[in-house]
Design a protein around this ligand. Structure first.
Ligand SMILES: Nc1ncnc2c1ncn2[C@@H]1O[C@H](COP(=O)(O)OP(=O)(O)OP(=O)(O)O)[C@@H](O)[C@H]1O
Ligand SMILES: [Mg+2]
Length: 447
């Protein structure tokens, strides 16, 4: 057993030899080596496979590295160039989609659907460009003019624009301005810059977009689509004619004062516009001057919130803006603003609550009705008292009073009281107000 074991140990071919044999099998001596393993021990060690020539291998390696570097550089360059080209194209595309372009003279057109050619506004580049135009209104920033755009095709409906002129600081104004006048001009200048930045790219059916901006040495012209039914302020007064300028209106709806369904539609539309500014638009936008004069009515009496002169785009992190100048209009300003000088989204909700009260009562805060009272109570306090006393009928505008509307009007009055709570935390958000008003509207449509 022991011998066999020893022999076996001797005859066993070490693993490395088997490998060597196999590698030489094609060399012709393989069979011989296999039959006599011992001989293989004595045979001259098998010739190793000739190694690749080192210089050749090295050269091919260098070649490969060089190709990689060239490929990397060319690829990166191509990537950077195509990235740049794509970003330029994307910007052009965005501008096209937003309908915004700028001419050499500095005129910026935001809505080419209305202002089809820059030449249509060329008259505004002349010194006496506004001389022949009708003034349709006057606001804190200056006059508003009405102009007709050139008719391009025969039979085309005439298109009108409203041009708001805003004086620039240091333009045609004398240099010896008082401090107060300088401050006022600075304020206007800030308002206009803010308005241009904010309004230009905003699109919502209940917001009046800025159609174009024409800079002049002494002033800015802001161009809007002309709203022939004028402002809500005018409509509630039932003033003659269609718009604030007294020109005739084909619909006549606004001129005759607004029916309750039309007022509810205005309330829902303004709430939708406000919800867009507060909730959907990022960063959040606070209007800061919501009032009936800043709600314009289009041909179908759909409301459009106008005048973003006081709007400020706010970074998400901040819930308020600190006003360096006073904002808002008397009667529509939230009480806390007088102490804090911070205009928050809840201040807009307060102003909107006053608008709801105006829609339902037919009385603006400046109404003589409140001046005639023994005690000084404004619209908000008066409404609160009337509602608390349960004498709703007293609050409802006689022009819309009627059993069929009463329930809805009382609901809107309650929302008005809710929105005008003294404590801003108790007021609903724009989103909540829109939901409540939409429910009333849906109910109205079902009845
Ligand atoms: N696009 C428009 N279409 C029709 N009328 C307009 C248009 N824009 C403004 N108006 C009218 O011109 C008048 C003056 O507007 P403007 O915005 O200058 O002042 P305001 O809104 O009355 O006050 P504020 O300066 O506080 O905003 C308003 O009565 C308004 O209804
Ligand atoms: Mg206005």
């Amino acid at each position: 057993m022991g011998t066999r074991r020893v022999r076996h140990r001797h005859t066993a071919t070490p693993h490395r030899y088997v490998l060597a044999e196999k590698s030489n099998a094609t060399g012709g001596g393989g069979a011989k080596n296999r039959s006599s393993p011992a001989a293989s021990n004595n045979a001259t060690s098998p010739a190793p496979a000739p190694p690749a020539e080192p210089s050749k291998r090295h050269r091919s390696h260098r070649h490969r590295v060089r190709n990689w570097i060239i490929g990397f550089v060319v690829g990166s360059l191509a990537g950077v160039i195509s990235g740049l080209v794509l970003s330029v194209l994307f910007r052009l595309f965005l501008n096209y989609v937003r309908g915004r372009y700028r001419t050499r003279s500095g005129v910026t057109i935001f809505t080419p659907k209305l202002i089809r050619r820059a030449e249509h506004l060329a008259f505004l580049e002349k010194d006496d460009g506004l001389a022949s135009l009708a003034v349709i209104g006057r606001g804190g920033c200056g006059e508003v003019y009405k102009a007709q755009l050139p008719v391009e095709r025969e039979g085309e409906e005439p298109r009108f624009i409203a041009i708001k002129k805003i004086k620039k600081h240091g333009g045609d104004t004398p240099n010896n301005l008082s401090d107060e006048e300088s401050r006022q001009l600075d304020k206007w200048s800030r308002q206009i810059q803010s308005e241009i930045r904010t309004v230009g790219h905003i699109r919502h059916r209940n917001l009046l977009p800025l159609a174009a901006h024409v800079p002049r040495p002494d002033c800015h012209y802001l161009v809007y689509e002309y709203m022939k039914n004028g402002s809500l302020h005018h409509a509630l007064q039932g003033g003659g004619g269609g718009g604030d300028d007294g020109t005739s209106s084909s619909s006549g709806g606004a001129a005759a004062g607004l029916s309750w369904p039309a007022r509810l539609r205005v309330a829902v539309g303004v709430a939708e516009g406000l919800e867009y500014l507060h909730v959907s638009h990022r960063p959040q936008i606070i209007h800061r001057d919501l009032k009936p004069a800043n709600i314009l009515l289009d041909d179908d009496l759909e409301p459009r919130i106008a005048d973003f002169g006081l709007a400020k785009a706010m970074p998400d992190a901040h819930t308020h803006v600190t006003a360096s100048n006073l904002a808002g209009t008397w009667g529509y300003i939230a009480p806390e603003y007088h102490q804090t000088l911070k205009f928050t989204a809840k201040c807009d909700v307060y102003s909107f609550g006053v608008i709801l009260a105006v829609l339902a009562t037919g009385k603006e805060p400046s109404d003589d009705f409140f001046k005639q009272m023994d005690e000084v109570v404004g619209l908000v306090k008066w409404l609160r008292r009337v509602m608390l006393a349960g004498s709703h009928a007293k609050a409802i505008d006689p022009a819309i009073a009627g059993a069929e509307n009463e329930e809805q009007i009382v609901l809107v009055l309650r929302i008005a009281v809710f929105c005008t709570a003294d404590d801003p935390k108790e007021r609903p958000s724009a989103n909540e107000v829109r939901c409540m008003l939409s429910q009333i509207r849906i109910h109205q449509e079902l009845v």
